[in-house]
Design a protein around this ligand. Structure first.
Ligand SMILES: C[S@@+](CC[C@H](N)C(=O)[O-])C[C@H]1O[C@@H](n2cnc3c(N)ncnc32)[C@H](O)[C@@H]1O
Length: 218
């Protein structure tokens, strides 16, 4: 899969690229390109944004800047999905992550300041997406959230089976995962449930299913 992230802050992604599971799939299952609008802007001095028509605070990412970035990268409007990150978009959930992880190519547009010129969302993007009902200062964190969530669904990203029964997975019918415990078996009087120490795999599996259902219901 190829994901192209358009951003004004490509170096913000350095940490994420060093971390698993992203680092595991980079260069094999995932080709991640970080593209800076300033490299292809048709305006002088690396300008990418401008004052809003009608007045008001803040700067708006220009439509010609984003169109030039897409043209320079794809030779015209891309034929694949183009996500515009905006708090006003469809909220990202695991179902959308699974859907996006099946795409061969994906473009993610991030903005800063007051956001996009609306024509970018209307004409250059196919999917406005939000990572949640709150406003961040820029699209870099949302883009990283999206790339990380997609990367862990790619083949080989996680060790065998570890992504199968995660919270929101189909295996758990979209519900919450069961609780995990590790050593010590008792700490300050807080005990690990006996069933997990029983060695009885059928009982453990039944207990986990029950815990998962109860947590989800709560
Ligand atoms: C300060 S925000 C702009 C908010 C915009 N003026 C509004 O009120 O809807 C700047 C940029 O950060 C990104 N952003 C902020 N919050 C986001 C969220 N919850 N989901 C996705 N992107 C977000 C978007 O790219 C957005 O254009």
């Amino acid at each position: 899969m190829q994901i192209d992230v358009f951003t004004l802050v490509p170096h913000a992604f350095a940490w994420l690229c060093e971390q698993r599971p992203l680092a595991t799939v980079l260069g094999s299952e995932l080709d991640l390109r970080l593209l800076n609008y300033r490299e292809t802007t048709p305006l002088t001095g690396g300008q990418v944004d401008d004052d809003p028509y009608g007045g008001g605070a803040g700067m708006v990412l220009r439509v010609d800047t984003v169109a030039a970035a897409l043209d320079a990268t794809y030779g015209g409007p891309p034929e694949h999905r183009v996500i515009a990150l905006t708090p006003q978009g469809r909220q990202l959930d695991q179902a959308l992550v699974e859907e996006l992880a099946t795409e061969e190519r994906l473009t993610i547009l991030s903005a800063r300041f007051e956001g996009f010129d609306e024509r970018i969302v209307e004409h250059l993007a196919t999917d406005p997406v939000s990572i949640g009902p709150y406003v961040l200062s820029g699209g870099e964190l949302p883009a990283m959230v999206m790339v990380d969530a997609i990367a862990r669904r790619l083949p080989g990203a996680l060790s065998e089976g570890s992504g199968d029964e995660e919270t929101f997975s189909a295996e758990l019918e979209g519900g919450f995962e069961y609780p995990h415990y590790t050593r010590p078996a008792e700490f300050r009087g807080w005990k690990v449930p006996d069933v997990l120490l029983s060695g009885d795999h059928a009982r453990i599996a039944a207990w986990r299913r029950e815990q998962s259902r109860a947590r989800t219901a709560r």
